[in-house]
Design a protein around this ligand. Structure first.
Ligand SMILES: Cc1cc2nc3c(=O)[nH]c(=O)nc-3n(C[C@H](O)[C@H](O)[C@H](O)COP(=O)(O)OP(=O)(O)OC[C@H]3O[C@@H](n4cnc5c(N)ncnc54)[C@H](O)[C@@H]3O)c2cc1C
Length: 400
């Protein structure tokens, strides 16, 4: 589109160059300008620009101005990397730590944190979970108190992917003592700040090439303007940011399931038992076809969620179902595939073993299966309301 506009503008201006020399008022003997219908045509060319300006302006922060379908292609392709750790690290950076900053951050914050993150000069991470718990986001304890033009942050974050190497964290903290859904803010926290300590790299059973850290914050001073969007809206921003996280995780996991099934088919074609290829056993090829059918259904659900997302709709319902289903189905698919490799499936020599370990986190990270079920129940109107009295007793017990 831009090239078409450019060509049209260049053609028109060449026309002016060729003709404007001749426009002379003979009575006054001075040069003047007369505009013709063709000039009007040229003026109209500029009106075609405005519908695209917002999209092109977005490139100001080093983005490429592409729509989300390109991200989908990227997530699907990540599943061709021979481990889960690298895709996880990349997606945490691109689609788990950045969306809130893109959607709600000030121009100043975007220049400081988004622009270098989009060129790859900064690594980003997202800090929601804490040692005291990850599922109950509203109950997190880290806090930021205002001190003049600054915030002073105290607390700790747990399970932080990219945490040991990240340049900054999109951190959810309590910024007041108000109601738990309205007292939180998302803050851009540079991780080289004094008072930030990477306490440990967590020794995980899978995703081993992705670093996952526990990080302490001891009187960490950051400018107050590092709050993304409005103070107090952090919980809501993070809930929306989770939708990006859950959709990209589901898309990449779905693509990984297709890969696992195809590689298992290849293996079962060449592996002979009882004088015939394994794949000839109806039990095996029927099972693989059944799994493939389920993965196709999930792929369609993912694309439906993406379509709604690209139309600007709230996709909490579909994103939660996709995340739940991707976690559960991938455990079933990879476990079944591993079985058909026999003993080889239980070794470090083949990728299926690594996939088995790496994939397990899908039902835990980014909101567990149980939390997805809670959200879906809530949206279906079947989640019981919390009993106020029980909650008060619970809090009293916790404070003892
Ligand atoms: C590999 C990996 C990477 C991660 N990366 C990040 C990251 O980058 N940033 C970040 O902030 N966090 C990250 N996490 C943390 C992840 O989001 C949390 O582990 C997850 O939200 C669960 O929190 P928890 O571990 O504290 O479990 P808990 O909250 O203690 O829950 C324990 C179990 O109880 C279940 N449970 C809790 N409440 C209920 C309920 N009401 N009903 C039924 N069951 C319930 C849970 O589903 C879970 O099975 C990562 C985790 C992993 C494993």
């Amino acid at each position: 589109m831009f090239k078409t506009l450019l060509k049209s503008a260049i053609n028109n201006s060449l026309w002016i160059k060729n003709h404007s020399k001749t426009i002379i008022n003979p009575l006054l003997s001075i040069r003047t300008l007369t505009f013709s219908a063709e000039h009007d045509e040229l003026r109209k060319t500029c009106n075609h620009v405005n519908p695209f300006v917002d999209e092109w302006e977005a490139r100001e922060y080093n983005g490429q101005g592409l729509d989300y379908s390109f991200s989908v292609a990227f997530f699907e392709e990540l599943a061709n990397i021979n481990c889960g750790g690298i895709p996880t690290a990349l997606m945490v950076h691109t689609d788990m730590a950045l969306p809130a900053l893109v959607n709600y951050g000030s121009d100043e914050l975007k220049r400081e944190f988004l622009a270098p993150s989009l060129t790859g000069d900064y690594v980003a991470c997202v800090g929601v979970s804490e040692p005291s718990g990850g599922s109950d986001v509203a109950a997190l304890r880290s806090n930021a108190r205002r001190d003049g033009d600054d915030l002073i942050i105290n607390g700790s974050k747990m399970w932080i992917t990219n945490g040991a190497q990240a340049d900054w964290m999109c951190m959810l903290v309590n910024t007041s003592h108000g109601p738990v859904h309205k007292n939180k803010s998302l803050v851009c926290v540079p991780l080289k700040s004094p008072g930030v300590t990477v306490a440990k790299k967590i020794n995980k059973i899978g995703l081993r090439c992705s670093d996952t850290a526990e990080i302490y914050f001891d009187n960490v001073r950051v400018p107050y303007r590092n709050i993304i969007g409005e103070e107090g809206l952090g919980f809501m921003y993070q809930m929306l940011q989770f939708q990006d996280e859950r959709i990209c995780a589901s898309i990449s996991t779905t693509s990984g399931m297709f890969r696992a099934i195809q590689e298992t088919i290849d293996y079962c074609r060449q592996r002979m038992t009882f004088d015939q290829p394994l794949i000839n056993n109806q039990y095996i090829h029927f099972r693989l076809a059944e799994l493939q059918s389920e993965v196709e259904c999930l792929k369609s659900l993912n694309y439906r969620a993406v379509d709604e997302m690209m139309n600007g709709e709230n996709v909490t319902y579909l994103a939660s179902i996709a995340k739940l289903k991707a976690g559960r189905l991938s455990r079933e698919v990879i476990d079944s595939c591993l079985q058909y490799y026999g003993g080889m499936g239980f070794t470090e020599d083949l990728l299926i073993g690594r996939a088995y370990r790496d994939n397990r986190a899908m039902s835990i990270a980014g909101g567990t299966d149980e939390i997805m079920l809670g959200i879906i129940c809530n949206l279906m109107g079947i989640l019981p309301k919390k009993n106020e009295k029980q909650m008060k007793n619970c809090k009293k017990m916790m404070n003892k």
